[in-house]
Design a protein around this ligand. Structure first.
Ligand code: MN
Length: 131
């Protein structure tokens, strides 16, 4: 069974690219375009990996990550920021808010599959995200 990835991204161009690449790699993809709807979606279905933007309506990525990791049912699921905020201070703030890692924008299509795989592997080694 292919991994199911939830993508939360308000920029349609980025969302289309991420969705296209993930499907091309054989993943199942669901998407939302704001943080609150994304959190609802994450709570409603079990995902193997969640990718979230930082700057988005509803909830920004930091608050999204805090709520996500405070939820016992979601905490074990790898949560990865996809963001252009890649300065040192940004990275610390991203990780401190609860993200397990980040993928810098612009997305590099050549590297994206390996980046996704590494976060899914992290999940397989840790506790299951199934609930
Ligand atoms: Mn955004």
């Amino acid at each position: 069974m292919s991994a199911h990835v939830l993508v939360i991204e308000d920029n349609v161009t980025n969302l289309d690219l991420i969705t296209y690449l993930l499907r091309a790699f054989g993943y199942e993809v669901s998407s939302e375009t704001d943080g609150l709807a994304g959190l609802e979606a994450a709570r409603t279905a079990g995902y193997d990996l969640v990718l979230a933007d930082i700057l988005m309506p509803g909830l920004d990525g930091y608050e999204f990550a805090r709520r996500f990791k405070a939820d016992d049912k979601l905490a074990g699921t790898p949560l990865v920021a996809v963001t252009a905020l890649a300065m040192t201070g940004d990275r610390e703030k991203i990780l401190a808010s609860g993200f397990d890692g980040y993928i810098p924008k612009p997305i590099d299509p050549q590297k994206f599959a390996a980046q996704i795989e590494s976060f899914l592997m992290r999940n397989a080694r840790g506790q299951s995200s199934r609930h």
